[in-house]
Design a protein around this ligand. Structure first.
Ligand code: NAD
Ligand code: WQD
Length: 340
């Protein structure tokens, strides 16, 4: 199939492009490079041994999208493009609503006008808010509002996609709800490359390990979890990438909207992740436990991934140890990410 990948230069997009090519698909990437570098695409080309079709365009620009859809016969779209920094979204909500919503609407309109109806959308476990229980099933009631504008854009987009599916206009829509993606390609040549001080745990840990940051602050130690620190479902980015390939090869039915968790089903605490990283890298990660919780954080969040297995035949293969080893291979070979 010819797959259009929005945000394909980004962290998850670049790994997914590789898995798509490995599975015989052709890929067209659109990315405005607002949170990524062209170098990620160049390196993906090196891994797969072929050139990729890449457009540096903002997908809010409908004319630019029209040109791409007119030039290529597109069979399906994986829509990664979006802004994702939770803290920034609280400070600049309009930037997030503008980018994430307008880009999605413009993409859907152009898809509709070109009769391209198969979509896989990057959603997030953030749509569950503070879950009533874990592991989280897709049938959990979604809150009317989540705690930050970033998460709210995912909830609004999911609602919009559900409305689109019931138009009976032959849309086939899959929203993959990612838990916490970590790790890097096993080659160590592509990986997560935050442009600023990382907000997320794994890139922070690896930048402490490489000596770019002094120490990690563990946010909160009095959660009702086994060691008092937050528990999350860390999913290797290559496993996550493969879930997209599975979603395309087992597509939603006509007029179907389906939401599917992509996680391992296993919760790991902050302290357990630090320890796994230290073992995988052989490097000590200095940290201090702060009594202060990060606003908006929840105690535990992990998936019931059984639907992904029954519908897509997909299951996570890699362990936390694999993810830590791969993150470290990427970080130590590229201390400054793609910027040399
Ligand atoms: P990323 O920032 O690395 O990738 C997103 C890409 O989209 C970037 O390359 C960016 O330049 C591009 N982009 C943003 N706005 C655009 C626009 N208007 N036009 C064209 N390109 C645009 O992020 P990621 O971690 O790879 O995340 C991919 C998707 O998965 C996002 O939608 C994100 O919200 C979602 N998601 C990520 C996580 C996570 O923890 N990484 C978890 C759940 C969901
Ligand atoms: C994990 C754990 C922190 C940093 C976020 C988004 C979510 C999704 C994935 C996009 C928590 C603790 C963290 C640090 C720490 N993204 N921590 N010190 O918050 O589960 O999810 O990324 O959709 O929407 O909210 O991930 O990696 O930030 O935090 O102690 O310096 O690590 O408190 O328990 P989170 P995270």
């Amino acid at each position: 199939m010819n797959i259009l990948v929005t945000g394909g230069a980004g962290y998850i997009g670049s790994h997914t492009v590789i898995e798509l090519i490995n599975n015989g698909h052709d890929v067209i990437i659109i990315d405005n490079l607002s949170n990524s570098c062209k170098e990620a695409v160049t390196r993906a080309e090196r891994i797969i041994g072929e050139a990729l079709t890449f457009y540096e365009k903002d997908i809010r620009d409908k004319q630019a999208l029209e040109k791409v859809f007119s030039k290529h016969q597109i069979d399906g779209v994986i829509h990664f493009a979006g802004l994702k920094a939770v803290g920034e979204s609280v400070k600049m909500p309009l930037k997030y609503y503008n980018n994430n919503l307008i880009s999605t609407i413009s993409l859907l309109e152009v898809m509709e006008s070109h009769n391209v109806k198969q979509l896989v959308f990057s959603s997030s476990a953030t749509v569950y808010g503070d879950p009533a229980s874990v592991p989280i099933k897709e049938s959990a009631t979604l809150p009317a509002k989540v705690t930050n504008p970033y998460g709210q854009t995912k909830l609004v987009i999911e609602t919009m996609l559900m409305d689109l599916a019931i138009t009976n206009n032959n849309w086939q829509i899959t929203a993959l709800r990612y838990f916490n993606p970590i790790g890097a390609h096993e080659s160590g040549t592509i990986g997560e490359d935050p442009s600023d001080i990382p907000n997320n745990l794994m890139p922070y840990v690896s930048q402490v390990a490489i000596g770019k940051l002094k120490e990690l602050s563990v946010f909160g130690s009095d959660y009702p979890t086994r060691d008092g620190t937050g528990v999350r479902d860390y999913i290797h980015v290559t496993d996550l990438a493969k879930a997209h390939v599975a979603a395309l090869s087992t597509p939603a039915s006509l007029n179907e909207y389906r939401a599917i968790n992509v996680g391992t089903g296993k919760g790991t605490s902050v302290l357990e992740l630090i320890s796994a990283f230290e073992q995988a890298s052989g490097v000590k990660v200095p940290y201090k436990i702060t009594g202060r919780r990060r606003p908006g954080d929840i105690a535990a969040c992990y998936a019931d991934p059984s639907l992904a297995h029954s519908i897509l035949g997909w299951r996570a293969q890699k362990t936390i140890e694999d993810a830590c080893a791969d993150s470290w291979r990427w970080q130590s070979a590229n201390p400054n990410g793609y910027r040399g």
